[in-house]
Ligand binder design. Structure first.
Ligand code: FAD
Ligand code: MLT
Ligand code: ZN
Length: 481
């Protein structure tokens, strides 16, 4: 499968020639101007192994200054580029569509500073999320975001996609926790917005343009982020519910009764659990293998071990008595807790192992959220395995349609139905993964014409030659008018 089947290469872009290679080597040295076929193969292929670009060149800068020199040169030569972090994105945003040069940030992995008083961490964009989590753990702090891809994804990629993840329900989105950024614009200008202040109302807060713009407006090189202190008591429950309505009512109860200690509220349906148990190494059902239709993970994080546990246990007892949950287990130690998380976080990997997967990442009113899964099951019958899981606490459903192999007749049953349905219910067709390449032309299901026009004007102002991550986020037609 190649992108080129559904897009046209912009003829205004130059192809890389031998003089360009010489120039890039003069900036980075030979070692970090990569033409090796195997390395390029990986960098051209997305995590889902669904699409493949055909870039002949990957650059690995170490410093902001090098990024600036690279972009200045590419802009003058009209060479298109794609910023790449951990390449775990799920919408085809992190790989080239055609022969764009890959600018990979993996070498930019330095922690610049950490202030133990304010909890503000300043680091380079290529820091792997899990490394930041470990670093902060030693300092007695945590990252305000966590996600299944933490072992590979980088903070620059997280911010560029405005990744949500498992803790958003407690700590909010990166638009709230990111305090500052350094970014390089298409023409090589370095924008220093690396503030560390909680409050700063001096003019337009331009950092927000880079949060979630998927590398289409600039390349993020450094970040500053507010990190919460690590609290002493963390508890995790794995619960079963007999119907979706109970999962939803349980959420309201959890918000009311667990209040400030609630730190995650995730759900998966029985079909998702089956996939995880079948395909994930070491996965074990935390509950006796009875038939439940839904499972919920509730995590609490607080500062008083005794009262937090009492609070959670009382909540679980009440919920059992009222019939909101039909079974449940509380993790007894860290190993058990991580085995519960392994199931939830491993669903994307299980889906990948099961065959092809059509992925939809939807924001919907919580009470309507599961209807689309059931409607999709009715539409597709036995042709596909339709599963639903996600961040229920944030109103974010991951609707995934697992198929033995990709099939256009199945796809025609799914799209545009899924987008029309979401739009009709005033949802978002991309809650947290972004639009990338695969969903750029779907933007109008969630945004008005006028809004997209303003986005296109901003893109044209900041990147007049359109060299930054072309064919992504905005439909190409919005940029030509
Ligand atoms: P990449 O995939 O390399 O890039 C993503 C996008 O950002 C691309 O458009 C790229 O061009 C751009 N980009 C990357 N770095 C920069 C930079 N420095 N400057 C400018 N642009 C840049 N997402 C969620 O929101 N919540 C989840 O819970 C979640 N779980 C996941 C679980 C798994 C197993 C996987 C595989 C993915 C998951 N994702 C999730 C998807 C998600 O978007 C990311 O994993 C992550 O945020 C991407 O980071 P990355 O470094 O891999 O970025
Ligand atoms: C998740 O929550 O597991 C991720 O966003 C990945 C996915 O949607 O599959
Ligand atoms: Zn998610």
């Amino acid at each position: 499968r190649n992108y080129a089947t559904s897009a046209q290469r912009n003829p205004m872009f130059s192809s890389v020639n031998s003089d360009d290679i010489v120039h890039f080597k003069s900036i980075l040295g030979d070692k970090y101007v990569i033409e090796d076929k195997d390395k390029l193969d990986d960098a051209n292929t997305d995590w889902l192994r669904k699409f493949k670009g055909s870039s002949k060149l990957m650059l690995q800068p170490r410093t902001t200054e090098e990024v600036s020199q690279i972009l200045k040169y590419c802009n003058s030569r009209r060479i298109a580029v794609v910023p790449q972090g951990g390449n775990t994105g799920l919408v085809g945003g992190s790989i080239p569509v055609f022969d764009e040069v890959i600018i990979n940030t993996s070498r930019m992995h330095k922690i610049v500073s950490f202030d133990k008083v304010s909890g503000v961490l300043v680091c380079e964009a290529g820091c792997v999320l899990e490394n930041l989590i470990s670093f902060l753990d030693n300092e007695g702090f945590i990252m305000p975001l966590d996600l299944g891809a933490k072992g590979s994804c980088q903070i620059g990629g997280n911010i560029s996609t405005n990744a949500g993840g498992l803790r958003l329900v407690r700590y909010g989105s990166l638009h709230g926790t990111v305090l500052g950024l350094e970014a390089v614009l298409a023409d090589g200008t370095i924008l220093d917005m690396l503030g560390t202040l909680r409050k700063d109302n001096t003019g337009y807060d331009l950092k927000h343009l880079f949060i979630g713009s998927e590398g289409s407006l600039g390349l993020i090189t450094k970040i500053s982020i507010l990190t919460p202190p690590k609290l002493s008591s963390v508890n995790l429950a794995f619960l079963a519910c007999s119907d979706y309505r109970s999962c939803q009512k349980l959420l309201l109860e959890a918000k009311r009764k667990l209040g400030e200690i609630l730190s995650a509220y995730e759900f998966l349906d029985a079909q998702s659990l089956d996939l995880a148990l079948k395909h994930l190494e070491g996965a074990r059902n935390p509950l006796p293998p009875l038939m439940h239709n839904f499972y919920v993970l509730i995590e609490t994080t607080g500062s008083d071990e005794t009262s937090d546990k009492q609070k959670l246990e009382a909540f679980l007892l009440d919920s059992l008595e009222s019939g909101l949950i039909s079974d449940g287990v509380l993790a007894q130690d860290i190993q058990q807790a991580s085995s519960f998380w392994h199931i939830r976080e491993g669903i994307p990997e299980a889906l990948l192992k099961a065959g092809g997967v059509y992925k939809y990442d939807l924001s919907l009113p919580v009470e309507k959220m599961y209807d689309i899964v059931e409607e999709m099951r009715t539409r597709l019958g036995s042709a596909a395995n339709v599963v639903g899981y996600g961040h229920l606490g944030d109103g974010n459903l991951h609707l995934n349609i697992s198929v033995p192999q990709y099939d256009n007749t199945i796809l025609a049953q799914i799209e545009p139905f899924v987008y029309e349905w979401t739009s009709k219910h005033h949802g978002s067709i991309s809650a947290e993964h972004g639009l990338g390449f695969t969903k750029a032309d779907k933007i109008y299901y969630s945004k008005s014409l006028e809004t997209v026009q303003l986005m296109a004007s901003i893109k044209k102002l900041m990147d007049p030659h359109g060299i930054l991550n072309p064919y992504k986020v905005l439909p190409p037609s919005s940029l030509t008018s």
